[in-house]
Design a protein around this ligand. Sequence first.
Ligand code: CA
Length: 329
Amino acid sequence: MPRKLIVDTDPGIDDAVAIFLAAASPELDLLGLTTVFGNCATAVATRNALILLDVADRPDVPVARGATDPVASTYLGAIPHIHGTDGMGDGGELPAPTREPVAESAAEFLCRTVAEHPGEVTILAVGPLTNLALALRLRPDLDTLVDQVVVMGGNALVPGNATPAAEANMLNDPEAADVVFGARWPVTMVGLDVTHKANLRGADLDRITAADTPAGRHLARALPLYRAFMERTNGLDGIYTHDPSEVAYLIDPTAFRTEAWPRRGRSGWRPRVSAAARRGPTSATPTTRPRPRGRTGRWSTCASTSTRPAWSTWSCAGSADRPGVVAVE
Ligand SMILES: [Ca+2]
């Protein structure tokens, strides 16, 4: 039976690849998309989600508009040099979506849909975790009703990509990440440890963008900006498959090696976060910290393709005084 799936997303070019993959995979029963700020503002992300489903010929999949700001701060802003001002690579005028989002908010949609299929729904979060945290606030038992949560985000044993220490989705809402990783549902983190190794090479991209299909034509317009950024900043002939890697994990988990690691066990966010904390570690702040003694917490599963090193550190969610959501022993 296909896995029931809701994708929480900020499309976003790699989100587009992930959504096309999920929409076309018989292994997955795509119940809906929920949108969030991140690569672009939520209004842009919502429009893009609707357009992507039009391209994928999935008019049956609803879209629910999500949060516009992190739970305890304000949105840091779009990254047009990576995803374009339109969130889709500025590769030409996008078609208008043929539908509107549903009236429910993303958090309401998550709560209702999960409750209709208790124990069966996987939530795949490929953006900041704000909507999931808000859904938990609406329905505190939601974390007992979900099959699993799979997160694109975080970095356990590798540097960040938004700052030297932080991965972008975690940096965009570290308080929500604290809530989501501290909740009772099983969490599988597919972070930069994986996605910086799972590349689509230039030849792969050429083949995809040459495909005479709606998705191929859409990606032919969307991918060049993203590809150029990867080449310019990482010297990569190809792209890191940040968001598609999680869809691949759901289609075939045996392609990944996972390890159970301790994670923070506290849920709820602090209403006040200092500006210094939001900026993240400074040059005076070490990016590795000693392993705390005597801490007990929940365990999450961290997908990895790397060999575990001997040293200990914290992964970093982006705050100098709140260094991480996943601890590594
Ligand atoms: Ca994303």
